[in-house]
Design a protein around this ligand. Structure first.
Ligand SMILES: Nc1nc2c(c(=O)[nH]1)N[C@H]1C(S)=C(S)[C@@H](COP(=O)(O)OP(=O)(O)OC[C@H]3O[C@@H](n4cnc5c(=O)[nH]c(N)nc54)[C@H](O)[C@@H]3O)O[C@H]1N2
Ligand SMILES: Nc1nc2c(c(=O)[nH]1)N[C@H]1C(S)=C(S)[C@@H](COP(=O)(O)OP(=O)(O)OC[C@H]3O[C@@H](n4cnc5c(=O)[nH]c(N)nc54)[C@H](O)[C@@H]3O)O[C@H]1N2
Ligand code: SF4
Ligand SMILES: [Mo]
Length: 697
């Protein structure tokens, strides 16, 4: 048996760590992190290590399917790829003729591998490319835009050189990115401090020097108090402030935070004023090598956008923007004197129609990022036909029925769709409800387009095919290439992935053979670019605390703090998050990971549990409205009494997933009609504004 080593990119979660697979006889022998990739140290996380079990899993879609019964009924007709693609292309063309290309919507998970399907949608002529992010990081993205004029990924987190890292609503050691975890642990060994602000005691809290168990939904008060202390005590970076904050905005901020001192925050958050003051001093002592993480999964509260903004403002005041050990400016190819990849998207003209979600042009929505828009608002258009109808929807690597609150409500919003297609490698609620399932080969069984990793040291990386597909599944580039073929889009008709790679690399001076030795090409760096006149993409060229676009949309830049509602008598605020062993909802049925963690549990505060007679490990019913689910209680002092917590992604109901089915509870179902509750400033859906009852059974 000849062994071969193949450079790939892990696909078990959105982070996409560079990796290496050892295979023989078309099976996996060993999976590890790419030993040449900085910070990876040859490691994968537990989910990455379970990649082989994904390949071995027979309970994933194995061939293209067209719905035979009602939507969601689970009756399928097995079809050939030719028939599936002809069906989808025929429907898309018919819908385009009847309603215009703009009535076709596509949403995905974002990230570095989207060029082909974005190009396909643009070639068809629709402006309606969206991603999942209203359910994840839109509040952070819009917070960055509102202050810097650039997005959240235009700065990096330089954990390795940091002296103090604040993790607020950020469980870095369980919501994993391998390089970040390694870098932060290295920094910690060199003496860096970690502060964790969370509603419960996580693995991150256990490793922290300071842990603040905060009252749920009061983080904005906490941050305003830190800003207050930094300004009142003159602990901020005056040089950075005078050079890079727009004139008068610092004064406006000072006036604004006047009422929000540490005593005020203590009453809101439950954290003593002295500890807040001490944190501000510790940070000032470590500045500018500090990171106050602005958050990742921040689709939580009506004021999460303000929490993200205030976190960035703290980084600004500490001079951490552009600093080594802080949030250095991200480098793309051009910053290190190289030419970047050529894009397929660039081959097609911008569609003339305006976005259906109103992003960028509709009153109140001009301040939002037009790149991926807000898919939740596109669903409104499906329902109402306003500003124009949407009739076809391709969910590519997206499971909105689990990723957005209240699946029945979302399904209702989709009723007017004439075509719903799911492109996926696992079953999901959305795939099950679709008209057509186009099964993608899992990452080890496919190659992907070359992608760029931006950062202090930018690089290009490639995923090669490690295994031939076990089933009748295809790579995404094949699926969209073939759809384009049927629809007569010649520009995307590449004979092979090699031709696509050659197209991408044409201007770079590199060839695919340059990836042979390490799976990647380092473009340059490390480069810490100083902040200069061109850095901030705002009207003034400086950081702006008062954002003109927000204000023009009738919103407030420096928004007053509004205390969160206390849970109604007998109820708890629902909170959720990740766990090291699973990725969202799509690994629960993975045999290896399922064996490690087959169901989620309900974290509940010991005093509250005792009042209700709930013992640790006892089964409880958690309910909101018509949805109720049963799971075991984890009774602990390590969670705030106002909330109960569960890991997201459980509570599967599909008969095709024999392991995951019926295990645990789906947090998203505990948020009735929750998709309608979205933040007009930040764009995120506010998923933790829901209250549940918990009863012993
Ligand atoms: N293992 C694993 N890793 C992942 C993923 C995965 O599915 N599994 N998914 C990836 C993705 S898509 C994302 S977005 C990131 C998410 O990364 P994170 O945002 O870091 O992860 P979460 O667990 O969603 O949330 C972090 C913490 O917020 C806390 N929290 C809840 N409410 C509050 C509050 O009011 N205040 C404060 N201060 N804290 C609160 C939760 O208790 C939780 O511990 O993880 C990524 N990494
Ligand atoms: N209630 C609640 N809702 C949440 C969250 C929560 O904690 N609680 N978390 C939120 C967060 S942080 C996020 S990021 C979203 C995530 O939700 P989604 O954006 O839907 O992401 P995933 O579940 O990772 O993937 C969606 C589907 O794509 C498939 N898939 C995975 N990888 C690939 C691939 O490479 N190609 C293709 N074609 N398909 C693939 C998976 O099998 C899965 O069925 O959910 C959000 N929604
Ligand atoms: S964090 Fe884990 S699951 Fe995600 S890409 Fe990296 S190794 Fe894979
Ligand atoms: Mo996310």
């Amino acid at each position: 048996m000849e062994r071969k080593q193949v450079y790939s990119v892990c696909g078990m979660c959105t982070v996409r760590c560079p990796m290496m697979a050892t295979v023989a006889d078309n099976t996996v022998v060993h999976l590890q992190g790419n030993p040449h990739a900085a910070g990876i140290k040859g490691a994968l996380c537990a989910r990455g290590a379970a990649g082989g079990a994904l390949i071995a899993d027979d309970e994933r879609p194995q061939f293209p399917m067209i719905r035979a019964g009602e939507r969601g009924e689970g009756k399928w007709r097995k079809v050939s790829w030719d028939e599936a693609l002809a069906y989808v292309a025929g429907k898309l063309s018919g819908i385009k003729d009847a309603h215009g290309a703009r009535s076709i919507l596509l949403s995905d998970r974002g990230g570095p591998f989207r060029d082909m399907h974005r190009a396909f949608l643009k070639a068809v002529g629709s402006p309606n490319y969206c991603n999942h992010d209203a359910a994840c990081a839109r509040n952070v993205q819009h917070a960055a835009l509102s202050l810097f004029g650039f997005g959240r990924k235009d700065v990096a987190y330089d954990y390795k050189s940091s002296k103090h890292v604040v993790l607020q609503t950020r469980n870095i050691f369980e919501a994993i990115n391998v390089k970040e975890v390694n870098d932060l642990l290295d920094a910690r060994e060199s003496g860096a401090k970690i502060t964790c602000i969370d509603v419960r005691s996580t693995v991150t809290a256990a490793k922290a020097d300071n842990f603040f168990m905060i009252r749920p939904g009061t983080d904005y008060a906490f941050n305003l108090a830190v800003i207050h202390v930094l300004l009142a005590k003159g602990l901020y970076d005056r040089e950075f402030a005078s050079a890079w904050i727009k004139e008068r905005d610092l004064e406006a901020l000072k006036t604004f935070v006047e009422p929000y001192g540490p005593e005020f925050a203590a009453a809101e958050t439950g954290i003593p004023a002295k500890r807040i003051e001490a944190l501000a001093s510790q940070l000032a002592a470590a500045a500018p090598a500090v990171i106050w993480h602005p958050g990742w999964m921040t689709a939580r509260y009506g004021d999460s956008f303000n929490v993200c903004r205030s976190a960035y403002i703290i980084n600004i005041l500490l001079g951490a923007i552009g600093a080594k050990g802080g949030l250095p400016l991200t480098n793309k190819a051009a910053h290190v004197g190289k030419k970047g990849l050529k894009t397929l998207v660039g081959l097609f003209p911008k569609p003339e129609d305006k976005r259906v979600d109103g992003v960028g042009w509709m009153e109140g929505r001009t301040h939002f990022d037009t790149g991926p828009g807000l898919v939740n608002l596109a669903y409104e258009a499906i329902e109402t036909g306003e500003p124009y109808p949407i009739k076809a929807y391709i969910a590519h690597r997206h499971d909105p029925l689990m990723a957005f609150p209240d699946s029945a409500d979302v399904k209702r919003r989709w009723k007017n769709l004439e075509l719903l297609v799911s492109v996926t490698f696992s079953w999901s609620d959305t795939a099950w409800f679709s008209d057509v399932v186009l099964p993608m080969s899992p990452y080890l069984e496919r190659e992907s387009m070359i992608a760029t990793k931006s950062g202090v040291s930018p690089s290009l990386f490639v995923r090669r095919r490690a295994l031939e597909p076990r089933f009748d599944t295809r790579a995404d580039w094949e699926i969209y290439r073939d759809l384009a073929r049927v629809m007569g889009i010649k520009e995307l008709d590449f004979a092979s992935i090699k031709d696509i790679w050659a197209f991408q690399l044409a201007d770079t001076g590199y060839a695919i053979d340059d990836f042979e030795a390490t799976g990647m090409v380092k473009l340059g760096g490390p480069l810490y670019r100083p902040v200069d006149e061109k850095t901030f993409k705002t009207g003034s060229g400086k950081i702006e605390f008062i954002n003109p676009k927000l204000e023009a949309d009738g919103l407030v830049s420096l928004a007053p703090y509004v205390a969160p509602a206390s849970p109604p008598e007998g109820r708890f605020r629902v909170s959720f998050g990740r766990v090291g062993l699973h990725t969202q909802g799509h690994t629960v049925n993975n045999p290896l990971l399922f064996a490690q963690m087959p169901e989620n549990v309900l974290w509940i505060n010991s005093d509250e549990a005792q009042k209700r007679g709930i013992a640790d490990g006892a089964v409880v019913e958690v309910r909101n409205g018509s949805y109720a689910g049963r799971l075991k209680a984890k009774v602990t002092e390590g969670i705030h009494p106002e909330t109960v917590f569960m890991v997201h992604g459980f509570g599967h109901t599909l008969p095709v997933e024999s392991r995951a089915r019926g295990r645990g509870v789906a947090d998203n179902e505990l948020m009735p009609q929750g998709i309608a509750n979205w933040d007009k400033s930040g764009g995120g859906v506010s998923m933790q504004e829901h209250f549940v009852t918990v009863t012993p059974v």
